[in-house]
Design a protein around this ligand. Structure first.
Ligand code: PRX
Length: 646
């Protein structure tokens, strides 16, 4: 959110109370949950954990003797796939739809809980037959199809640790992630559909795996039927594995603190971080937040538009909803294919009740115009959510009016890959919302805004968002890098979790998230490190040095601007700009394509050699330059500004 828009709304009495009709039926309509958590935080989390099915109950709720390597529900045992599938087959939910899948071309499949149970059991048994064991890492690189979820659940059934890699990442990115996790298995598809085209997932996988000695088998789902290479020694068809498999596979009894999955996310270095989540605390966290934040009802159809390659897909397409026995929509494609009303048309056709998407998507819908949703019947919607970046109040209002038809509460949910679960959010039957504010911590969550010295700042003043006590779904470490885990999150304020976000709290105790304070950009709700893009640029033979910044962008929130110094004797050209953009896409994926690339004979640096990104951001956003006194050579910047204008 820009300073201007925030100031415009901050402190103004733009308040939305939960509608009476919503509140009447809401799961929570008073502050009792907050009060019970306030009274005894750990007892509150234990009560949330009671909602999950344990094989053996925990010995302790929480242990902090090895901080910051905290343990939750230690001694307890459970199985996540049992909670997400088996459990519901024992109730009247067994014939309820678990997944309603729709492919981009319009094909669709519905799997009831009983059917999902069969698929998960068969694939779990198949994985075991090819030798996958508890603790093995399995990389999943797939389109948004049911087999992706079946694969995730099957890993959890047998205790394998999945690492889902977003299907939009390039083969180079996939390779880095497979390598870091030392995965023995990669599960992919021949391809997936995106805007009418086929994404060559198998081809990308082949390129990646060629350089990954740990990989023993590649399992391929036939999705599009395109011609692909199958390596006889290494590659197996998913449908062949299923054919040979058993109908039942015993769910592994997992310790609460056994690893559940790794999910790579960008940090401030060129190397993505392997964020590690464990079994018990994660499931408790996503189970209860799904239930209360989305006011879950058995008859609801829930649609989260995120990709399963991101944490939002893990927590609120798969584990949160399915552990509650919910019905979820799984959609493969983009919102503008074949037309810009694809989402609204699907909401009308399936009678979707709860819809969860990202501000960047809402801003795109705004740009496309309200005629698109207006021609569809959206009256089934009762609750809306957003996630991924600060929502500007204008987009909030548009969402409220044209999608929520003025009657749906909006939950603006703040959280991170690391937090596993939603942490700051309204409860829709309780919280009076303010457009642009994620409102207040979920019961049992404690957050504060601190200054550099670790003092809490006054209401209305900006500072660093910090979580002052641990929570069940928190990351436990960075895979194979406990030191980086300690440094990144726990060093700034000992004993407190540093989020990397700037925020402020208003006089009513509402949190306003202002965005990242580190070298991480938020491009269309996706986290990308400036260093990752810089490394991709300097990997090109023409480039000596690169500095990357995220500049404010109407649609994407932030867009990537790169400043590049070329090798002596080389000149920048439009062709080279395109070549460098393509190089970044090849190294990382299309989400990291820079919007602009500028050539500079030198980059502005401090006397100690640090690139002054802050000044480059001023240049890119057309602002007056901030403090330049520490600049080694002010002439360098003048040169860049001259070029930038032209
Ligand atoms: O800067 C915050 C922003 O997204 C970051 C986390 O990114 P990631 O781990 O990719 O997870 C995104 C989905 C959970 C945060 O540090 N962010 C996320 N949600 C919000 C947000 N910023 C403001 N408001 C939100 N609701």
């Amino acid at each position: 959110m820009t300073e201007q828009t925030r100031d415009k709304f901050f402190g103004e009495s733009q308040l939305f109370e939960p509608p009476g009709s919503f509140q009447e039926k809401a799961l929570v309509s008073d502050r009792r949950l907050y009060e019970s958590a306030q009274k005894n935080r750990l007892a509150f989390w234990a009560s949330m954990a009671e909602d999950v099915e344990w094989m053996k109950k925990w010995d302790t709720i929480f242990e902090d003797d090895d901080a910051p390597f905290y343990r939750w529900f230690n001694g307890g045992t459970l199985n996540v796939s049992f909670n997400c599938v088996d459990r519901h087959t024992l109730t009247s939910r067994r014939n309820k739809a678990a997944l309603i899948f729709e492919g981009e071309p319009g094909d669709s499949v519905t799997l009831t809980y009983q059917q999902l149970y069969r698929e998960v059991n068969r694939f779990s048994s198949g994985l075991k037959k090819i030798g996958v064991q508890k603790g093995d890492r399995v990389t999943i690189y797939m389109p948004m199809i049911p087999e992706a979820i079946i694969a995730m659940l099957s890993c959890t059934r047998i205790g394998a640790i999945h690492s889902v890699v977003f299907g939009g990442f390039s083969s180079d990115s996939l390779k880095d992630r497979i390598d870091d996790a030392d995965s023995t298995i990669v599960i992919t598809a021949d391809g997936g559909y995106r805007r009418g085209k086929v994404v060559p997932l198998k081809e990308n996988t082949d390129q990646a795996v060629a350089a990954c000695p740990s990989v023993e088998k590649v399992i391929v789902v036939k999705r599009v039927g395109n011609a692909i290479n199958m390596d006889e020694q290494r590659d197996l068809w998913y449908h062949e594995i299923i054919k040979e498999a058993d109908d039942y596979c015993v769910p592994e009894e997992m310790q609460a603190e056994d690893p559940l999955f790794i999910l790579y996310s960008s940090g401030t270095t060129g190397k993505p971080k392997g964020i590690l989540h464990t079994t018990g605390g994660y499931l408790v966290g996503v189970h209860c937040t799904f239930k209360y934040v989305f006011d879950y009802r058995d008859e609801d159809i829930f649609w989260c538009t995120a990709d399963i390659g991101w944490v939002t897909g893990h927590s609120y397409i798969v584990y949160g909803p399915l552990s509650n026995g919910a019905t979820v929509i799984l959609y493969e494609g983009t919102p503008d294919y074949p037309e810009r009303d694809r989402f609204w048309e699907m909401i009308e056709r399936y009678r979707v009740n709860v819809f969860y998407t990202a501000p960047t998507a809402i801003r795109a819908f705004m740009r496309w115009g309200e005629d698109w949703p207006a021609r569809r019947d959206l009256s089934s919607l009762r609750l809306l959510g957003t996630v991924g970046e600060p929502i500007n109040p204008e987009a909030w209002m548009w969402y409220h009016e044209y999608i929520g038809l003025g009657k749906c509460p909006i939950v603006d949910t703040w959280w991170q890959t690391e937090t596993g679960m939603i942490l700051i959010t309204p409860l829709p039957g309780v919280t009076t919302t303010k457009p642009g504010s994620a409102s207040q911590p979920f019961p049992g969550i404690e957050a504060a805004i601190l200054d550099e010295a670790g003092e809490e700042v006054e209401p209305g003043k900006g500072g660093f968002l910090v979580l002052t006590s641990p929570w069940p779904a928190m990351l436990r470490t960075l895979y194979k890098d406990p030191e980086r885990f300690k440094e990144t999150y726990w060093q700034q304020y000992p004993g407190k979790y540093f989020t990397g976000d700037g925020a402020m709290k208003d006089k009513d105790g509402y949190f306003w998230i202002m965005g990242r304070v580190d070298d991480v950009m938020n491009i269309s709700g996706h986290r990308i490190g400036t260093m990752e893009v810089e490394s991709a640029l300097v990997d090109h033979k023409a480039v000596v040095e690169a500095a990357v910044i995220g500049k404010v962008h109407d649609l994407k929130g932030q867009a990537i601007s790169a400043f590049v110094t070329l090798k002596e004797g080389l000149d920048g050209s439009d062709e080279l700009v395109e070549e460098l953009k393509a190089h970044v896409v090849k190294k990382i994926g299309a989400i990291a394509r820079p919007d602009d690339i500028f050539f500079a004979s030198e980059l502005p640096k401090t006397r100690s050699g640090k690139i002054m990104r802050r000044l480059l951001r001023d240049v890119a956003e057309g602002r007056a330059l901030g403090d330049t006194t520490t600049l080694l050579d002010p002439g360098v910047l003048a040169g860049i500004m001259e070029k930038y204008k032209s």
